[in-house]
Ligand binder design. Structure first.
Ligand SMILES: Cc1ncc(COP(=O)(O)O)c(C=O)c1O
Length: 393
């Protein structure tokens, strides 16, 4: 029999994964072409051609030891290249010791939290937030403390100040944000930084940047490390290069971060004992020649535009995303969020309630889907809206 602890945890299923599973059942019931699934954040673009070329040449390589164990932090040459890339991008000093290769952003977040938290330490989490953060914090022995947002889904700085206690050790920010698609501008980062620096203890900003290459409308991603003291970047190629199944990313920070030498030892330690050991060798070799490839977010932007049009023409309120491939859609006034999700499901449209992301009145729509799914959804939503108009809830 599994432990009581595990029993308690497995019941906290992920709303996104549950909806994904429900989608499979619905496809059997309604037929695959009648189900419009906007639940999962799985990029539907293909990885860049250069990645495939490097993968093929690696497979043909006669070099020995390409697949052997390595240092828990990853290959030094690759880390050196990433340190140079991030140091230029963020306008801060950085060397290879400040870069740890990880099994994607999820592993990066976990090793960082384990390295920073003592039991009972608090981590500020800005609403709306990626659903897994509270779980990761809890598993590292910490406590997630949620910070409210304003009507534009940017953090409420007064609430941020009010939520800080002597136990606050870190703050997780995610820009461009899953689920809102909001990009935090430099001024906002400066304001958050000022709040953190006004405290007696060091509070580490943990910046989850997995969507930073998917930004639209000419916006640029600010050099976060130069705006936020003691910040750590969590990056992965899951979303930008469409490689989520391959589990490759890194953690990095400025050489000026507090306790830098111990931090890199701690990250290596937790890579080891949490069982990741090291990031995949093959992907580290492949990415060594392919850091910072230009990523074209235009396909996602086009879909964002189309989806905003569809929702507006139905009289629904959607907050146009500035990046990512998600958009938040407000529930119609007469229904609860759960009723809206269920009604959409009845018509084959799968949206995820944003409750798990900290927002009561919204659903998250992931538009990493083909255009035909979007057009099918547009037709199905006409039926949904007609049913809402005719029904007493
Ligand atoms: C905000 C955010 N952070 C982290 C992750 C996990 O990324 P990875 O696949 O690189 O572990 C996701 C995945 O959806 C995400 O949306």
């Amino acid at each position: 029999m599994i432990s009581k602890t595990a029993q308690g945890k497995i019941n906290q299923g992920s709303a996104v994964r549950l909806m994904f599973e429900e989608g499979k059942i619905l496809r059997k019931k309604l037929g695959a072409d009648k189900v419009y699934d906007f639940s999962l954040g799985n990029p539907d673009q293909e990885p860049p051609e250069a990645i495939k070329e490097s993968l093929l040449s690696l497979a043909r390589s006669e070099e020995k030891g390409l697949h052997a164990y390595m240092s828990n932090q990853g290959y030094p040459d690759l880390r050196e290249k990433i340190a140079h890339f991030e140091s230029v991008r963020n306008i801060v000093p950085m060397d290879a010791s400040c870069v740890t290769m990880t099994c994607g952003a999820a592993a990066g977040l976990n090793i960082v939290l384990h390295s920073l938290l003592d039991p009972g330490d608090e981590v500020l989490v800005l609403i709306p937030y990626f659903t897994e953060y509270p779980r990761y914090i809890e598993e590292a022995g910490g406590k997630a403390v949620l910070v409210r947002c304003d009507a534009d889904f940017r953090p409420d700085l007064e609430d941020l100040k009010a939520k800080i206690t002597p136990k606050t050790k870190a703050l997780i920010l995610n820009s461009p944000n899953n689920p809102s698609g909001v990009v935090y501008e430099a001024e906002l980062l400066e304001k958050i930084n000022a709040v953190l620096l006004a405290q007696e203890q060091t509070i580490y900003p943990i910046s989850d940047e997995v969507y930073r290459d998917l930004i639209y409308d000419g916006r640029a991603y600010p050099p976060l490390l130069s705006h936020m003291k003691n910040a750590l970047i969590i990056y992965s190629w899951s979303k930008s290069y469409a490689l989520p199944g391959e589990r490759i990313g890194y953690v990095c920070y400025s050489s000026n971060i507090e306790d830098s030498a111990n931090l890199s030892l701690a990250l290596a330690y937790y890579n080891r004992v949490l069982g990741f050991v090291n990031a995949p060798a093959v992907w580290q070799h492949v990415l060594e020649d392919n850091i910072g490839l230009a990523v074209d977010p235009t396909p996602y932007k086009k879909r964002r535009d189309r989806i905003v049009d569809i929702f507006q023409s139905l009289g629904l309120t959607a907050h146009p995303s500035e990046g990512t491939f998600y958009i938040l859609l407000r529930r119609p006034d007469r229904l609860s969020t759960d009723q809206f999700v269920d009604l959409c499901k009845k018509h084959g449209v799968l949206f995820v309630s944003a409750k798990g992301f900290g927002l009561e009145d919204y659903v998250r729509v992931s538009y990493a889907v083909p255009d035909r799914t979007i057009e099918g959804m547009a037709e199905a939503m006409v039926q949904v809206m007609a049913e809402i108009a005719e029904t007493v809830f």
